[in-house]
Structure formats: C-alpha cells, structure tokens
Design a protein. Structure first.
Length: 207
C-alpha cells in the first residue's frame, strides 16, 4: 500500500489524496472520519491533521501518546477536521492506541498479515470505530484502489467489492464517479425512508 505510484481521488485535494495513497494510517483515519460529513471533507482530514501536527504523515505512536485535550484542539481549530471534532478526536486516538497495542503502531500490518479476505475483514472490523460496513468499504478500497487483494477479498467486501459499482469511497476515481456514488447514497437513503413503517398518529382522546 505504500506504493506511491498508486493514486487516490477521494478527497479531491491533490496533497490530501497523495497522503492517503502512501500512508496506511492516513487511509484508516480518513475511513474512520467518513461519517455524517461529505466524503471529501472526511478524507481531507488526515492531511489537515498532519499539517497541524507539523509533519507530512501521521504516526500512530505519536497520536496515541498525545495529550487528549491538546489533540482535541487540533480537531476543533477552524476549519474543523470534522463536524463532531471532540468525539472524532477521541476515536482517532483510540484507533491509534489499538494499533500500537496490537500491531506495534503499524497500520499496514492490519491487512498485510491477513491470510484471506475474510481474515482481513475480521481484523478491520476489530478496529475501534469500524463496524462491519465500514470494514467492508475499506477492504474494497484496499482491493480496488490500492492493490491489496488477499484471496476472497471481493466476497468478503460484499456488494462494496462488486466490479463497476458506485457505492462507496472505494469506487471514487474522480469528480464523475464521486457524483455517481453520492447519487447512489441519496437514493439508498430515500429507499430506506420509504420502506420504513410510518408511525401511527396517537389517537385523540374523546371529549
């Protein structure tokens, strides 16, 4: 994954995308931040954070040991790294602490040591802040965009691993595909809302 010849276009920001392509930890942090904000904002977050820490990459050991209030201040400084900067700062620290405890701070070891797609998914799912869906999207991102393809990775990634799909960050290669992914998500939300049972209005009491 450290192959700098690979390119990403998720953040739609050249320097931020360059960092995502060469830094396993930056990619994980971007995926963690990808909730309740636009994808471009989320995946620009690692670059913004690294710049505020005065470095050109993120280091799990440094983040894990960072004084919590000072680390939160890096997130809340305007423009904020996330819509919920305090809670996401805490989650990023928890992720890095887990990586230090479990993988000696090496983010790439999460998938490099996986024997199969299912094993990679299990390892990703165990990361703090990564539910099954986020783990599947990241596994698809690894396979589709970064050349990390353990046996059975597409199957383990579920529909996010489908070839030719426009479902998630794993399918973004530029502005056009970003628009397609955004349209897919909006349609999925509309369908979910339409399928949800309507709440019955409370009956009025008889006079």
């Amino acid at each position: 994954m450290s192959d700098t010849r690979r390119t990403l276009r998720i953040a739609q920001h050249p320097q931020a995308d360059e960092l995502l392509a060469r830094s396993p930890l930056a990619a994980l942090v971007g995926m963690l931040l990808d909730q309740r904000i636009p994808m471009e904002w989320a995946f620009t977050g690692p670059y913004t954070l690294a710049a505020r820490m005065g470095t050109d990459d993120l280091d799990a050991r440094e983040i894990a040991a960072y004084e919590p209030e000072a680390f939160t201040a890096l997130f809340t400084e305007k423009p904020a790294v996330h819509r919920y900067p305090a809670s996401m700062a805490q989650r990023v620290q928890q992720l890095c602490q887990y990586l230090v405890e479990t993988y000696e701070g090496d983010a790439a070891a999460v998938w490099e040591g996986a024997s199969s797609g299912a094993d990679a998914l299990r390892r990703l799912n165990a990361l703090p802040g990564f539910g099954r869906q986020k783990a599947q999207i990241f596994l698809a991102l690894l396979g589709k965009r970064l050349g990390v393809r353990p046996p059975g990775w597409r199957e383990a990634a579920g529909h996010y691993g489908d070839e030719g799909a426009y479902r998630s960050a794993a399918d973004i290669t530029g502005p056009e595909s970003l628009a397609k992914v955004r349209a897919f998500k909006q349609e999925a939300k509309r369908a979910a809302k339409a399928a949800a049972p309507e709440k019955e209005a409370p009956e009025e009491e008889a006079p």
